[in-house]
Design a protein around this ligand. Structure first.
Ligand SMILES: Nc1ncnc2c1ncn2[C@@H]1O[C@H](COP(=O)(O)OP(=O)(O)O)[C@@H](O)[C@H]1O
Ligand SMILES: [Mg+2]
Length: 228
């Protein structure tokens, strides 16, 4: 079963009497365990696609299936459940809460889960260990380097064992050494079976993924995979 399947997806933004067709008939299937890079110039619809993939926005038309469920027909509450439980997000600007420690930031996605506090803290510790950030657990974000902040954000994204990680320009604020560290981290997670979609405008970053999808003017212009 595909993890995600789109058919003829469109997204139209209306601003006054101007309309922007951000997505224009996108069809896409992503299977569990795939590592996908979405490349394309600014304004080509990459973030819009990510927002729809991550249940942060709804399409204007088309069909979307997630884990076999027809998403257009599920309730708003069910959508937020997906967003909270099945998706891990990584952003260009890290989006860590500045007054919380790294450990408290990482535990946030599961803070309302039914598990007890000891179990939650253990899961946060495991996620921090996975990204090599155990020694920074009690620091606050301003005490970290950019690369460390993004590793903390990746720990937060994996803490609820999501079925899909969405990363929108995750290396956009990093120097080249940290770009490679972060992409090697995603490569490692991918090798463990994690499904990952990374949006980037950087060919070098896209080179870490097995499959590359190019977007242009709201459409997919190319979809290629390299052999294992
Ligand atoms: N909330 C919005 N309201 C109006 N237009 C938008 C909005 N979000 C994106 N757009 C427009 O949709 C198009 C695609 O944007 P986006 O998905 O952010 O592209 P990318 O991430 O590839 O740079 C652009 O023309 C952009 O200006
Ligand atoms: Mg974008």
């Amino acid at each position: 079963m595909p993890l995600v399947e789109f058919e003829n997806l469109s997204k139209i933004y209306r601003m006054g009497d101007e309309t922007v067709r951000a997505l224009d008939g996108v069809g896409l299937r992503i299977d569990p365990g795939e590592f996908v890079a979405i490349l394309g110039p600014s304004g080509s619809g990459k973030s819009t696609l990510m927002h729809i993939l991550g249940f942060m926005d709804s399409p204007s038309g088309g069909r979307l299936q997630f884990e076999g469920n027809e998403v257009g027909r599920i309730s708003r509450a069910h959508r937020s459940w997906y967003r909270a439980n099945r998706i891990g997000f990584v952003f260009q600007a890290f989006n860590l809460l500045p007054r919380l420690t790294v450990a408290d930031n990482v535990v946030l996605p599961i803070v309302y889960s039914r598990s007890g506090i000891r179990d939650r803290n253990a899961r946060a510790a495991t996620a921090l260990e996975r990204v090599g950030m155990t020694h920074r657990a009690t620091h606050i974000p301003s005490q970290l380097s950019g690369g460390e902040r993004q590793r903390a954000a990746i720990a937060r994204a994996i803490v609820n064992t999501p079925s899909l990680i969405l990363a929108d320009e995750p290396t956009g604020n990093l120097d080249s050494r940290n770009v490679d560290r972060i992409m090697e981290l995603f490569t490692g997670l991918s090798a463990e079976g994690q499904t990952i979609v990374v949006v980037t405008h950087d060919e070098h970053v896209a080179g870490f993924a097995r499959r590359t999808i190019r977007m242009c003017d709201g459409r997919i212009s190319e979809d290629t995979s390299r052999p294992v």
